[in-house]
Design a protein around this ligand. Sequence first.
Ligand code: NAD
Length: 286
Amino acid sequence: MPARLIDGKAIGAAIRTEVAAAVAEAVAAGRRPPGLAAVLVGEHPASHLYVRNKARACEEAGIRSFRHLLPARTSQAGLEGLLADLNRDEAVDAILVQLPLPEGLDSRRILGRLDPAKDVDGFHPENVGRLTIGRPTFVPCTPAGILELLDRSGVELRGAEAVVVGRSDLVGKPTALLLLHRHATVTLCHTRTKDLAAHTHRAQVLVAAAGRPRLVTGAMVREGAVVIDVGINRVDGVLIGDVDFASVAARAGQITPVPGGVGPMTIAMLLKNTLLAYTRRTGQPA
Ligand code: NAD
């Protein structure tokens, strides 16, 4: 039987509606709306598109968005100065710095300058540390979206064999930690992993986040597995995941499509984290 589709578009839309309802309630009670500042340095076209989409999604949910578009020649000190201002700005509950930053800017240092209470991407070292010990403040948006997809699709994680392919700080590592905290038995694979298929074949929950088009094929997947495809690869102008959809869907129990799987969840979780930051900062339930 072909796999059931996990519809990230529908689940993401449901979360955005939940956030919008909470914001509307806060505003109806006379409170200011939540605010998110997006900082983008340079001319990277995909980054401009992402920031525009995030700003639009905020506005649709009633969240104020403040866009700071800076030229590629922006200095480290200039960017750190802007972040210091945003950290102090009472109308800004959440700050995101769109990555990657242009060469010459030290991303790690920049992320370390964010007020951890406004770091809705969860990249500040304090927030990374809190996630590691299982007491997260803000969970990075893509991994949080993956967990939300699994939860809303009724996937049992406790005791499950989970395999994550990719160990980046943005996706693979935090996803593995989240699965571990939910009592899955987790294997984290990467480029030096020997015999990738031997690991993926054990997985009841398989997350592919390698950035390699169609890396995971049907023959590598356990019958009935839940397969989450994080990959976004543009091949000949078409978006392709890290999973070979046709062959994997023939064996898996549930699967996310690309596009329409993990992608829409990332923005939805950004809105959810922004609402969380607002609630914590204002000390009011939203
Ligand atoms: P990355 O390049 O930082 O990390 C890729 C990881 O995959 C590395 O740890 C590497 O060791 C591993 N890897 C690469 N090739 C491998 C192979 N052949 N076998 C085993 N492991 C291998 O990428 P990232 O930022 O983690 O993103 C991964 C993918 O997810 C990309 O396609 C990216 O575009 C996509 N992505 C999607 C969203 C979304 O919202 N859907 C968000 C972030 C990233």
